[in-house]
Design a protein around this ligand. Structure first.
Ligand SMILES: [Zn+2]
Length: 290
């Protein structure tokens, strides 16, 4: 019996009441989210095994979304990541209806106070400034705090002559903050520019999805643009473009592999190879910085 069949038997062929409730009829017999179905190949996977595989489907290689902090810890030697600028948070007094509630929900779902995590760690022994955007935080939208934390980590890296690795993920600008969110595009881009003027390396990793104001600012300003397999990358999404142009888009449009063919992406790196590949590039470009 194959792995999938075993799982199916365990979790889906039990008597109906076994799935609905335990002996006392209240507690579920099967803990919630013990298994998950792959979005791509539809295989049924055990959640803990998926977590141990950095949330990559062992059957088809589909990259599930992963939390920002988890990503950075996986990148650092011995998982030693030091967070910075954690006191920079969105202004909660904003007038936009429902924004405060949206922030509360994002904080509860992500366990983070803001949408980007920034800090420093060593990658293969080399000090590197890094940041990652969390998908659970209003779909990685860029508001004041996200832009400010990214700007500050670039400024810190420029001062200390550290390379930067940034994991982009975003649905776009945080509309609830109005013009302030759009200003983050120019502010982050200027900070990347100063880091670049100092002759320092910035590797931008585009993850699924990277769109809107983030793709139109710091995400595409890397010296080297890396993408995770099959990541959706663009400004407006494919549905909007199809509706506007009334044309059918080519297969694979806005996917990492398509963009690599067109020269927008330098490298596609699987999540499991990310640390070794980024470590290799950083060592090549910096020659160490102890
Ligand atoms: Zn799969």
């Amino acid at each position: 019996m194959g792995f999938e069949d075993t799982i199916r038997k365990i979790f889906f062929r039990k008597p109906k009441n076994a799935l609905e409730g335990g002996a006392d009829g209240n507690k579920p017999a099967v803990p919630e989210k013990v298994s998950v179905r792959c979005d791509k190949c539809r295989a049924i996977l055990i959640s803990s095994e998926l977590d141990n595989n950095m949330k990559v489907c062992p059957k088809c290689g589909y990259h599930f979304k992963i939390g920002a902090r988890e990503r950075l810890i996986a990148l650092c030697d011995d998982g030693e990541f030091t967070e910075m600028f954690a006191d920079v948070v969105a202004e909660s007094g904003d007038d936009f209806p429902g924004y405060a509630q949206k922030l509360d929900k994002a904080r509860a779902e992500s366990g983070e106070i803001e949408g980007v995590i920034a800090g420093v760690g060593k990658i293969n022994g080399i000090y590197t400034a890094m940041f990652a955007i969390d998908y659970r935080f209003i779909m990685g939208s860029m508001g004041y705090a996200v832009g400010e934390r990214i700007t500050r980590i670039f400024e810190y890296a420029t001062l200390h002559r550290y390379p930067v690795v940034g994991f982009a993920l975003s649905g776009g600008a945080r509309m609830q903050e109005g013009i302030t969110s759009l200003m983050q595009m120019a502010k982050t881009s200027a900070a990347v520019g100063r880091h670049n003027d100092a002759g320092l390396l910035y590797i931008s990793v585009l993850t699924n999805p990277t769109t809107g104001g983030v793709s139109a600012s710091f995400a595409f300003l890397g010296d080297i643009i890396v993408a995770e397999p099959d990541a959706l990358i663009g400004f407006a999404g494919p549905r909007v473009i199809e509706q506007t142009t009334r044309q059918k888009l080519p297969a694979g449009f806005q996917r990492a592999e398509f963009l690599q063919q067109k020269g927008y992406v330098d490298l596609i790196v699987k999540r499991g190879d990310m640390k070794s590949k980024l470590g290799e590039i950083i060592a090549l470009h910096t020659g160490g910085n102890d």
